[in-house]
Design a protein around this ligand. Sequence first.
Ligand SMILES: [Zn+2]
Length: 468
Amino acid sequence: MKVYVYDTLRKEKVEFEPIEPGSVRMYVCGPTVYNYIHVGNARPMVVFDAFRRFLEYVGYKVTLVQNFTDIDDKIINEAREWGVDWKTVADTFIAEYFHDAHTLGVRAANFHPRTTDFVPEIVEAIERMIQKGFAYPTANGDVYFSVRKLENYGMLSGKRIEDLIAGARVEVSEHKKDPLDFVLWKSGKPQEPVWDSPWCKGRPGWHIECSVMSQKLLGEMFDLHGGGEDLIFPHHEDEIAQSIALTGKPPAKYWMHNGMIIVRGDKMSKSVGNIFLVREAVGRYGKDAVKLFLLSKHYRSPIEFSEEALEDNKRAVNRVYGALRRFNDKYPYPLVPKVDAEIRDYETRFLEALSDDFNTPQALAVLFEVVKELNRSMDEGSDERALKMYHLIKRVFGPILGLFDTGYETEQKASVESVDKLITSLIDLRSEFRKNKQYDIADKIRNALSEANIVLIDTPEGTKYEWR
Ligand SMILES: [Zn+2]
């Protein structure tokens, strides 16, 4: 099967032909670990996880690298606020990232390199760039990349050097030779974590880590570089510049970028303050509703975030689980049906949609068509056909997109919600008894909950509960 993707570098849809036939090496930029991940961070995770599953399904061996930026101003500031060192903050949010990725059903990459594990390699790469004349150290020990040394800087973003100069702000930094130059090595301020280098004690700039780690783990030229479209400029543009300086060519053959999650006109981001955390979304709507929400639009389009949209997707997920459950109630141990022309036809349509620049909305339309056919077959008592439809949803389409693999979770979710309602109403009842000074009954409620491993905590904002 031929796979086509829209390549941001060539600015057109092209056939995806990996450098080494049969295997795909891909790198996707990961998070800066200073906070829990939000739905905006989750989009590239879910999209590229599904794309990886699809490539594997059609027969490629995929090697995926996703980095953690574990040193950065935001991490240092967070550590200062907590009164701990930067590593505690980074370790905390790397662990929390894996927790969230797991609840989302996003598989771990083959490698999750951290910036600070590659400092000697980064220093060595910067030294080579200086030797080749693409970078220069300044008097205070910073090192900058000389953007104008490259003839075709801007090839990914389509930005032109002249326009960048016109738009450049008056530089505060007195050390840079040119406002366009970007930092490769930053000198450390007092109290900041620093590493040794030939120029000064300091730490790597942001862009260089991805160039060095991708090259170390995937080679000088790999197949696919992915990330959010907000990384095209300057991050990926600068990665290309660095790779050209080091190896004479861009690091990847194809570049794929996902669109942003939009909240009331702004991109979802911590700095705008409009984030919705993944764990909150998964807790409230279930993993499949969150993933379906992220895959229901083409990956390059923006998606408008709203709780209503998640609610809609939860209803769609319930429709699928409802049909699967109905089938399972009758056939708890469904076997593999005989693969016939009908199964092949649905599978082909599904895969063709995905091989056309990963058109998940079109593939999902096929999936929902099959859900309808599953219900129809059961209505008509056509068990053999129902088994085929069940098989397609549960074992072919679902696994390719990372959906519908958790049993009847939405129903389980409903029971969690009703337990929460029950506890909350018992808490309200207890407060009423306390108000009326009927402390013996109030205490009976507390003890009964405690025996069920539910601890009540009285706070100025009211009574809360925790599972012990
Ligand atoms: Zn990156």
